[in-house]
Design a protein around this ligand. Structure first.
Ligand SMILES: Cc1cc2nc3c(=O)[nH]c(=O)nc-3n(C[C@H](O)[C@H](O)[C@H](O)COP(=O)(O)O)c2cc1C
Length: 210
């Protein structure tokens, strides 16, 4: 049985995927599930993920991604976006969902709702976007680890033109700001990066024991 460390050693930022291998619906669902189960501040999940499998869309994103081959060879691109408008009505929807799932009255949740609104109303748009971005990267980390455990290859990517992505994926209309993406699929045998040793700091440079 493989250990998590073996899985994390197996993974690498894949540069070329095998265009003949696609993720199954089950695999895509497992990846979505891992994103959905990610911890987030106050439980608010202030992000949305566009899942692109359409080759035409991938082709149109390619020139705006420094021509990185991950974009056109990946099976699925998970495009991570922060939700731009986090306000009282966002809180209201969240509290409604919580009330339904946990079978609590809206009155019971009033204190929690006030706490969230207090946090939201004391942060400006820039602070909220930074906060939402931090939450988003936790989901990205979870996705990468899940991919490794499931033997699905992946590459986290920030090398793209956010404006162009926003245009092509109609993100402004959706109230979203693109942050990063994770290309997923299965490594191509032409990708030399998989066999390169990992470059990592020695523990004494990475950790401080106290
Ligand atoms: C936020 C983030 C953005 C990245 N952007 C890119 C990218 O645009 N293109 C790419 O090939 N790799 C990208 N990488 C992959 C890193 O270069 C890679 O994770 C790092 O060199 C360590 O190698 P490893 O993941 O193979 O162990 C990115 C990684 C992270 C975490």
């Amino acid at each position: 049985m493989s250990t998590i460390i073996e899985s994390l050693k197996w993974r690498y930022a894949t540069k070329i995927f095998d265009i003949n291998r696609k993720l199954t619906d089950n695999q895509v669902n497992t990846l979505k599930h891992s994103i959905s189960l990610t911890a987030s501040s106050l439980g608010l999940q202030p992000y949305k993920i566009i899942v692109v499998s359409d080759h035409k869309i991938k082709k149109s994103l390619f020139p705006h991604s420094y021509n990185q081959l991950q974009i056109t060879t990946a099976s699925h691109l998970f495009v991570f976006c922060a939700i731009e408008k986090i306000d009282d009505s966002y809180t209201q929807e969240f509290i409604k969902l919580m009330s339904k799932i946990q079978n609590k009255s809206m009155e019971d949740l009033h204190g929690y709702k006030s706490m969230i609104n207090n946090f939201i109303n004391n942060s400006d748009d820039g602070a909220k976007l930074l906060w939402a971005s931090k939450q988003t990267y936790i989901a990205i980390g979870n996705l990468l680890t899940t991919c490794a455990l499931e033997e699905i290859d992946a590459c986290p990517m920030e090398g793209f033109d956010a404006e162009k992505y926003s245009e092509i994926l109609s993100l402004k209309e959706k109230g979203l700001k693109v942050l990063a993406l994770v290309a997923t699929g299965f490594r191509s045998k032409d990708d030399k990066y998989g066999i390169m040793p990992k470059v990592r700091k020695v523990y004494s440079d990475l950790f401080v024991e106290m």
